[in-house]
Design a protein around this ligand. Structure first.
Ligand code: BES
Ligand code: MN
Ligand code: ZN
Length: 493
């Protein structure tokens, strides 16, 4: 979608529809120019209480002759003093979805907000790009409906310069979030590790990232026994994708993003119940967000070096699969007793963070749909963050807050590590029912060197949404693409 900002009068803009935000308690007098464009209709609807301005309320109103656009969509913004950047994003998402539903391809949006123009327009552009995202990719009948292609965000003359910078950044981030969603929604048979790697190579080519794809023999040479072990049961070979953005020039990474990509998680020999197993096609959401964030980072070009490391496997049961009780040796020589083959994410991440550290990373953040337990702890609205030192966790929480990608910290005291003790290996891969999200994170911590800052995001509750909302289609959410991008931008400052 092409998003631009303009201060040209809405009455003369060459678009098919105008979306305008109305806040609670507003009257015709607050919206003179809009009211005139509708020949007084908007004023009457406000008077009658048909338009209340409640958050996400939608009213379609015809425009009077003389306006270049054919119709007006009034979107409620809620209470003006509670309107913030995340609401700007969601309201723009609602507007863009409603416009797309009406097959409108070119439209204008007027937020009428007093928020900082750069931020509000960034979030609005993001929402507008994300809102109309369509799932119906594999329907036999060609999808005939059209979706919004061009959006002009209207701002005053004084604000339009900031608005331009904002929409440019927002559109890039929004497209990255959609890329993560598209990848994570993809069925397991159509997106095995090989194909995910091909997608990463395409992204790298398009945006000028350096990319390396390590195949099974290279992984064997490196001694990546955890990744190889997990993928043994699958006919699909594993891959490790490494994307590099050198915004500072040659040299070690200032930041490593690491994302779990289990392209399908059956559980392996410790097989999952069949009910709801289809959702496990999204078990590569962390990897998808990593690739997507790298695509946005390449375009926004922060002056730091960032690597994205994505271990990709399929977790399958078969006669070649690892069994409960098997012992694997990781890339750093540590041994793991695999008590449950369904705790596979932490295994592949163990090797992946070792690889990131071999590449020189001293700051790591990983994202993984790691534990069902995090859904019990935090539900669907916050990802869990765990790690250390605290300053690094604070920074990841701050970037999440700034990007509207919510995270909440859980503790990771040393005592939890004892739950992973094994009588025969350096550690086991499960720590019992208690504190499942913490012991999952602790397993990865066992592969982090003392001088390395590390934060782990458990996104099992946030990467997928069952219900469709006013501004988001059901399925993959793209979490934590936005946080990753914001973190890279913040570190470059
Ligand atoms: N991919 C799952 C976690 C998951 C659960 C993601 C629900 C999204 C929604 C992960 O590989 C897994 O199976 N975890 C196990 C760990 C257990 C065996 C220690 C779990 O959470 O049950
Ligand atoms: Mn699993
Ligand atoms: Zn998994």
């Amino acid at each position: 979608m092409k998003v631009t900002a303009s201060s040209e009068s809405l009455g003369t803009l060459d678009v098919d529809a105008i979306a305008v935000v109305v806040y609670e308690g507003e009257q015709a007098g607050d919206l003179v120019s809009i009211d005139e464009m509708t020949g007084g209709l908007v004023g009457q609807l406000l008077e009658l209480g048909e338009i209340e301005g409640k958050l996400h309320e939608v009213t379609s109103v015809p425009l009077a002759d003389g306006a270049a656009a054919g119709r007006l969509i009034v979107v409620g913004g809620g209470k003006r003093d509670e309107f913030d950047l995340v609401k700007a994003r969601n309201v723009a998402g609602v507007a863009a979805r409603q416009l797309s539903k009406r097959n409108i391809t070119r439209a204008a949006l007027w937020l009428r907000s007093e928020l900082d123009a750069g931020g509000a327009c960034q979030f609005a552009a993001e929402g507008a790009v994300i809102g109309p995202f369509d799932l119906g990719t594999y329907k036999k009948k060609e999808n005939e409906s059209r979706s919004l292609e061009e959006l002009t965000v209207h701002e005053s003359d004084e604000r339009v310069e900031d608005a331009r910078a904002g929409v440019e950044r927002g559109a890039i981030i929004g497209e990255a979030v959609n890329l993560a969603r598209r990848l994570a929604n993809e069925p397991g048979n159509l997106l095995p590790p090989r194909v995910l790697a091909d997608e990463a190579v395409k992204v790298a080519g398009r945006y000028g990232l350096h990319v390396e794809v390590l195949d099974e023999s290279q992984l064997a040479d490196m001694g990546a026994g955890l990744i190889l072990g997990v993928s043994l049961g699958s006919a699909e070979p594993p891959r490790m994708i490494v994307l590099t953005h050198n915004g500072r020039g040659e040299g070690p990474p200032d930041l490593a993003l690491v994302g779990k990509a289990v392209t399908f998680d059956t559980g392996g020999i410790s097989i999952k119940p069949s009910r709801g197993m289809e959702e496990m096609k999204m078990d590569m959401s962390g990897g998808a967000a990593t690739i997507a964030a790298m695509s946005a980072i390449a375009q926004l070009n922060p002056k730091i070096n960032v690597i994205g490391v994505v271990p990709a496997v399929e977790n399958m049961p078969s006669d070649r699969a690892i069994r409960p009780g098997d012992v694997l040796t990781a890339m750093n020589g540590k041994t793991v007793e695999v008590l449950n083959t369904d705790a596979e994410g932490r295994l592949i991440l163990g090797d992946a963070v070792v690889h990131a550290q071999k590449l020189g990373a001293k700051r790591i953040v990983d994202a993984a749909t790691l534990t069902g337990a995090v859904i019990i702890a935090l539900g669907n609205h916050n990802s869990a963050v765990l790690g250390g030192p605290q300053e690094w966790v604070d920074q990841v929480m701050a970037s999440g807050r700034k990007a509207g990608d919510r995270v909440w910290q859980l503790p990771i005291d040393e005592e939890y590590g004892e739950q992973l003790k094994s009588p025969i290996a350096d550690m086991s891969n499960v720590g019992g029912r208690a504190a499942g999200t913490i012991t999952g994170a602790y397993f990865i911590k066992n592969f982090i060197e003392d001088d390395v800052s590390w934060a782990h995001l458990d996104i099992a509750g946030t990467a997928w949404t069952e219900g469709e909302s006013a501004y988001l289609t059901k399925g993959a959410t793209g979490v934590p693409t936005r946080n990753f991008v914001q973190l890279a931008l913040d570190l470059a400052e």
